[in-house]
Ligand binder design. Structure first.
Ligand SMILES: Cc1cc2nc3c(=O)[nH]c(=O)nc-3n(C[C@H](O)[C@H](O)[C@H](O)COP(=O)(O)O)c2cc1C
Length: 189
């Protein structure tokens, strides 16, 4: 797929087919993440690919987080959201992105930005492979539990998670707030 088509086509996918993604395809997607720019070329990312029982445990964490996220939403809708979270919307894989936990705010920002760049590469590569993803921060409302499930050491910080799998839907693109690039984009001399 042509680069700009990928950029425009990538969507937050929240409904997946159950089919497993072949390992070589997952590895290509991870390789794209591994080629991101990084602060001081530290390449300070790590990715955990969770399937099977581990994915299920992460789903339980996301369900708990969703209970919190959708408090106040009407009960029937909340139940649907919680159950979708429990299954990571049906995706067979969940990818967890980690970086270095750093008490220095500037260094911490650098690590977060490096992993965000890698994560976006991953999302775009997945799209180019015909896969769906959804950048998800919400599960981190249950961060302690996720850390426990994945045995993440205190020296590491979780940046984001994404389900990975074949999309069962093609979500419509949310319109751009500034499609003509006239309000949010400024040229100065
Ligand atoms: C930092 C960040 C956190 C996000 N967290 C969640 C999340 O917890 N759950 C979710 O369903 N989507 C999450 N999203 C996806 C956004 O809702 C989605 O990108 C946005 O609605 C625009 O849709 P699009 O990605 O299809 O363009 C997150 C996206 C970003 C960049």
């Amino acid at each position: 797929m042509e680069f700009y088509d990928v950029v425009h086509k990538r969507r937050a996918v929240r409904q997946f087919k159950p089919e497993m993604v072949p390992r070589d395809v997952v590895m290509r997607v991870l390789d794209a993440a591994n080629w991101a720019p990084s602060g001081m070329n530290m390449q300070q990312w790590e990715f955990i690919v969770a399937t099977g029982g581990k994915k299920k445990q992460l789903g339980e964490c996301y369900a708990k987080a969703a209970e919190k996220m959708f408090q106040g939403v009407d009960e029937a809708r909340r139940k649907v959201m919680v159950e979708s979270a429990r299954e990571f919307n049906g995706a067979p894989i969940v990818v967890v992105a980690l970086t270095i936990a750093d008490p220095n705010p500037f260094q911490g920002k650098m690590h977060q930005q490096s992993v965000s760049a890698a994560f976006e590469n991953l999302l775009l590569a997945a799209c180019a492979e015909g896969l769906g993803t959804c950048w998800a921060l919400g599960p981190l409302l249950e961060e302690a539990e996720i850390r426990r499930v994945l045995n993440i050491l205190p020296e590491k910080e979780i940046v984001a998670l994404t389900p990975l799998g074949y999309p069962a839907v093609e979500p419509p693109a949310p319109p751009r707030e500034d499609p003509d690039l006239t309000k949010k984009f400024t040229w100065v001399e």
